[in-house]
Write a protein that binds this ligand. Sequence first.
Ligand SMILES: [Zn+2]
Length: 274
Amino acid sequence: MGDSHLSRRSLFTAVTVLALGGRARAEVEPRAHVWPNGARAAVSLTYDDGLNSQLDNAVPELKRLGLKATFFLTADNAHWRLADWEALARGGNEVANHTMTHPCALAGYTAGRFETAEIDRMQGYLDRNFGPGRERTFAYPCGYLGLGHGGRHRRFARYRRVLERDGVVAARTTAGGPNRPEDVVADPLRLHAFEPTYEGDGVAAAMRYLNETVSRGGWAILVFHEVVPEWRGEGDASVASHNKILTRIAQPDLWCAPMGQVFDYVESRWRRRA
Ligand SMILES: [Zn+2]
């Protein structure tokens, strides 16, 4: 891995020299240069639900490796340790909207009631505690994309309108492969993501997903819930697996940044081309 990265950097240097010598830059610019710092792909670490185990077990490893992440908070959980979440946000991490109470069954909601009780109210909670006026990202509770009654497309269109009205610029699901920048720009409220330890503890699935993202030059979004000493079931990641995955992510072929930051970068760079 290290060797191939070095060789790509050497290639880039050679290409730059050629470009300075008069060759058209667009013809020779290597794919690796699409992402900041010469990285070959982007990755965002996301942590859902505002759980204490993330503060206690994930944050120390993020700090040790110098990585910044996105924390999708629900007010119901976050209020227990609000000062810790505020400190995390001041340190350059993103805090974002995962609704007030994390409802999973949304068939019984009207758009208006869901918006008032869960989305707009959570935006207000984030404004009050983390600073107002920012466009925010969102993660769908339980990965469900339907709001109210009707067919699948109608329910998602209803959900999408609520998010757009309340200033959500990008939203993350819990399924799908690496994100292609073109798809992100075309459909920012349906970003793919992968929960690497959902089926069982271990790092193999995460490594496959990250390597595939690198080979495609895309954007990986990883989802974590509880980060605990021992994996007990769905939704957990063991501290050992979590830390191994983060160590891989800290390698220079990946640009790791919070979801909102990568989204801004993709939008500014790819929207011009679209
Ligand atoms: Zn959740």
